[in-house]
Design a protein around this ligand. Structure first.
Ligand SMILES: Nc1ncnc2c1ncn2[C@@H]1O[C@H](COP(=O)(O)OP(=O)(O)O)[C@@H](O)[C@H]1O
Ligand SMILES: [Mg+2]
Length: 338
């Protein structure tokens, strides 16, 4: 095979790759580390729930912190994606397989027997289970059973805010003391930093410029996965075309190839919220000016004026969706587009 001209290490762009360095997630890292700390002194930590839109770093950061902890402390560990392993049996089978060093016969074994194996394995040693995309669980009972085992700490991850509200009250009550950690969408500059690291680890020096990475970051809509994926597709394309560098043209063609995860959110907004985003697109604004700008724009569009309280409610929703950032309080509250 010919010498690569663009890609030094393709693994860096793969989903399973865990970066050696996590950027811009200090609060979340600290939160999970602190939650798990009791393990080091033999106590049972709180369970943890991570929420955030796709590509906000939930999976990678959960795995990163657990890896880090296991360098200091011998906890058993299993990672299961409930979207891929939707049946309760498969989930328990995976956990027991990860917890034990010996082979587990899959045929003819029941869920209760698997639970027994798991329970035996955690005698005298703690177990950590990451249940990713736990809202896709088809068998709630599994969650209830796992929550009943005192030797297991659960890290539950979901893309859906309020994923828990659909679960049985008994499960919710067992999770009422869980630590809930939010992962907001990334800012463009934050994605840029993440992309710079991937460039360094994955690409041959001089093959992509910072301004090209800025273009990719801007097109990523707060979703780090999208940014990394665009860079991956562009690198492969440039390599296939036998180029020495990634060109702007290659980048522009790669952007639409990565599906838009944020679009569904924008579709769900009402006309006022769409107008607000449009205004903030051009510049950040304080609450008062934004409100009067919105009033005059909505009038032009033949929309009824809204009262201040409604405005605040819409703003709160946009902030919760991670589409708008807010700082300051009351009259001094300032908004900007994420
Ligand atoms: N803070 C970060 N620093 C470095 N890489 C990150 C960071 N956040 C996300 N990534 C990378 O972005 C991609 C998506 O992150 P992931 O954890 O899978 O998102 P989520 O689980 O929230 O959908 C992964 O390749 C991950 O390694
Ligand atoms: Mg994930």
């Amino acid at each position: 095979m010919e010498e690569p001209k663009i890609i030094k290490n393709p693994e860096v762009f793969e989903e399973y790759f865990i970066p050696t360095r996590i950027l811009h997630r200090e609060d979340q890292l600290m939160g999970i580390r602190n939650d798990l700390k009791p393990l080091l002194s033999g106590k049972k930590p709180r369970n943890i729930v991570l929420y955030g839109y796709p590509g906000t770093g939930k999976t990678c950061i959960a795995k990163y912190v657990v890896d880090e902890l296991r360098k200091e402390f011998p906890a058993l560990y299993a990672y299961v994606n409930c979207w891929k392993e939707e049946s309760g049996f498969k989930i328990l089978y995976n956990i027991s397989k990860n917890f034990s060093s010996s082979f587990i016969q899959r045929k003819g074994i029941s869920k209760d027997e698997l639970l027994d194996i798991i329970e035996r394995k955690i005698q005298g040693i703690q177990g950590i289970v990451i249940l990713d995309e736990f809202d896709k669980l088809s068998d709630e009972r599994i969650l209830y059973d796992l929550l009943s085992l005192s030797g297991i700490t659960l890290i539950l991850i979901s893309n859906k805010p309020n994923a828990l509200q659909w679960f049985d009250p008994r499960i919710r009550s067992r999770l009422s003391s869980a630590d809930i950690i939010d992962f907001p969408l990334y800012k463009t500059e934050e994605i840029l930093d993440i992309l710079k690291d991937r460039r360094e680890w994955g690409l041959i020096p001089g093959t992509v410029t910072v301004s090209q990475l800025e273009r990719i970051a801007g097109a990523s809509e707060g979703d780090a996965r999208k940014g990394i994926e665009i860079l991956r597709i562009a690198s492969i394309e440039a390599e296939n075309r036998d180029l020495d560098k990634i060109t702007d043209d290659v980048i522009e063609k790669s952007i639409p190839k990565v599906p838009d995860t944020q679009k569904h959110k924008l579709d769900a907004l009402n006309p006022y919220q769409k107008l607000i985003l449009k205004v903030l697109n051009s510049k950040p604004m304080d609450s008062g000016n934004l409100f009067s700008e919105l009033q005059s724009l909505s009038e032009k569009q033949g929309l009824e004026r809204i009262v201040d309280r409604t405005f605040r409610k819409y703003m709160e929703r946009l902030v919760n969706l991670g589409l708008v950032r807010a700082s300051g309080k009351g009259r001094w509250r300032k908004y900007s587009k994420s």
